[in-house]
Write a protein that binds this ligand. Structure first.
Ligand code: 6LW
Length: 534
């Protein structure tokens, strides 16, 4: 080889095998989005991939991720980011924004979604998936949940959704339907067609439909079994968009329902297929990881390979289940530059990962001089309101979090501190109040004080370390001399499986309240550190 070509070859190799100082792996690990990332939907534009998840009453809502390799995902927007787009007022944590679908058609991105217990089905559009997204266009004539969009060869747009049946032949029987969506008039037009009740003769919660045209045939992918132990994906084929749809003989095409209660990965379902620019097929879907049969991280996003045998999609051929490690898609490895574990609050806007619960109407926080200032308001996290609460998704079974807070009060109704939050009834708070630090637990709505320690200093370091199902809270005057407060606590408080099952997922963050009284007080947070250990 000529010397110049040899040098170019070596440079090429270095670039290929070394991105950001990492060698290029041949495998990837599931989940691809860990922690609270349910109901994934995906679309591709040339060699860019976009993925959206449901977000219930977290605000801003509908996180959108971008990837070039289906494995490394970067949060680029929250599609619902203006308080007048949807209202979560008074909604419990398990309602609000259910499963969305993202599609790209004719230069425009569409997300179609349901706000359950508010105004139900709507879609939003954007030319740039990073936003801004349009105001919602409501579709009051569309019943049910889990809407999806599909454009046929004649450019007609079809709405697919799931709804209740008038009279159930078996418990929790649901039906998947489609109808043309006129995007000029913004309403469903023409006849509504019932496509499937699911493949099984007792299929429960047939939902999450997505319609595709693959090799000249319509393929309808749906979930069955409900979003827990019995979750599954089934496919149905038709020569005509409106059916009849015939169940594939291999159904369910994917499920972990038959692997037993001890299998560490379960509730596999709610998927969306994607073809890469290189002609490979993959599917994103939700699933739950279990530790000792307990799911603390809620529903996460997984990726599986799909190969077609005729018109039948085979998921992870030869394995038939979702894997924690497998060969990665044949796409250029594009890692994301990792953000620092310590959010120093140095920007003039909060990082996109921070969310609150329910729509913020009056801003309760500000960023100044490298501090996050949280105003005490009378709202409390136990009520179905927007309290002074900021959260990030917990993404690891083992993690450490820490914050430096500056807060003074001589009133016992005034509190500020750190929290692990799942719902208004299930959380931990490590808070400072008048002359004391208090560890509080709420489990299934029953609040209890676990420990109280006299503490007068204005500044305090609040720390939490989680190790699978155990969590230890501690505090200190300095980051390097921390003392435990209370004994080890249980992460069951925020887990899925304790009769407190929720659709959403757990968050960690900061909280302040004046518990029903007016207050002009505020708490300052110098930084917030979160580091996952697995
Ligand atoms: C969602 C439905 C489901 O709309 O759970 O797992 C519901 N699937 O499809 C809420 O996430």
């Amino acid at each position: 080889m000529h010397l110049n070509s040899f040098i170019l070859f070596i440079i090429g190799l270095t670039i290929t095998f070394n991105v950001f100082g990492q060698s290029v792996p041949s495998k990837f690990n599931n989940p691809i989005l860990s922690g609270y990332h349910p109901d994934p939907s995906i679309c591709r534009v040339n060699d860019d991939y976009y993925l959206v998840n449901s977000s219930f009453v977290w605000y801003p809502g509908l996180p959108i991720y971008h990837s070039k390799d289906l494995v490394n995902w970067k949060l680029i927007a929250n599609a619902i980011d203006r308080p007048d787009m949807v209202s979560f007022d008074g909604l419990p944590d398990k309602l609000g924004l259910f499963a969305p679908t993202i599609r790209h058609h004719d230069g425009k991105f569409y997300i179609i979604n349901t706000c359950v217990a508010c105004k139900m089905n709507f879609y939003i559009t954007a030319t740039n998936p990073a936003g801004p997204w349009s105001d919602p266009i409501w579709l009051p004539d569309a019943p049910g949940i889990d809407p999806s969009l599909f454009w046929d060869d004649d450019e007609k747009c079809y709405y697919t959704g799931m709804t209740d049946v008038e009279k159930e032949d078996w418990p929790t029987q649901k039906v998947v339907y489609n109808q043309e969506l006129d995007l000029e008039q913004n309403k469903l037009v023409g006849e509504r067609h019932y496509l499937t009740y699911g493949h099984a003769n007792n299929a429960s919660y047939t939902e999450g439909p997505h319609l595709y045209k693959i090799n000249g045939k319509y393929l309808l992918l749906v979930s069955e079994g409900g979003t827990g132990m019995y979750h599954a994906l089934s496919v149905h084929h038709s020569d005509s968009i409106n059916g009849p749809y015939i169940s594939d003989y291999i159904n369910p095409v994917l499920s972990h329902r038959h692997l037993g209660e001890d299998y560490p990965l379960h509730a596999i379902g709610h998927g969306d297929l994607i073809e890469t620019q290189k002609g490979e097929w993959w599917c994103v879907m939700l699933g739950k990881r279990r530790i000792d049969q307990v799911t603390t991280l809620a529903r996460e996003t997984f990726l599986a390979k799909v190969e077609f045998e005729g018109h039948t999609p085979i998921f992870n051929p030869g394995q038939g289940k979702v894997l924690l490690e497998q060969d990665r898609p044949n796409l250029p490895w594009t890692p994301i530059r990792k953000e620092s574990d310590k959010d120093q609050f140095n920007n003039d806007q909060l990082d996109m990962e921070w969310c609150t619960i329910r729509t913020t109407k009056d801003s309760f926080y500000s960023l100044k001089d490298g501090n996050l200032k949280l105003n005490l308001r009378k709202q409390v996290m136990d009520s179905l309101v927007n309290s002074s609460l900021l959260l990030k998704r917990i993404k690891h079974h083992k993690f450490e979090a820490n914050t430096k807070m500056s807060f003074d009060t001589n009133k016992s109704n005034e509190i500020a501190g750190l929290t692990i939050y799942r719902t208004n009834e299930n959380y931990y708070q490590l808070i400072k109040s008048k002359n004391s630090l208090i560890l509080i637990k709420s489990f299934k709505g029953k609040q209890s004080e676990i420990a109280r320690i006299p503490y007068k200093n204005k500044e305090v370091y609040l720390h939490v370390e989680a190790n699978d199902l155990e969590v230890q809270f501690s505090y200190g005057r300095s980051e390097h001399s921390l003392n435990p407060i209370g004994s080890k606590q249980s992460m069951l408080v925020i887990a899925d499986d304790q009769g407190n099952a929720q659709f959403n997922g757990p968050g960690i963050g900061v909280y302040a309240s004046s518990n029903g009284m007016q207050s002009k007080n505020s708490a300052l947070f110098d930084w917030f550190y979160y580091k996952g250990k697995n």
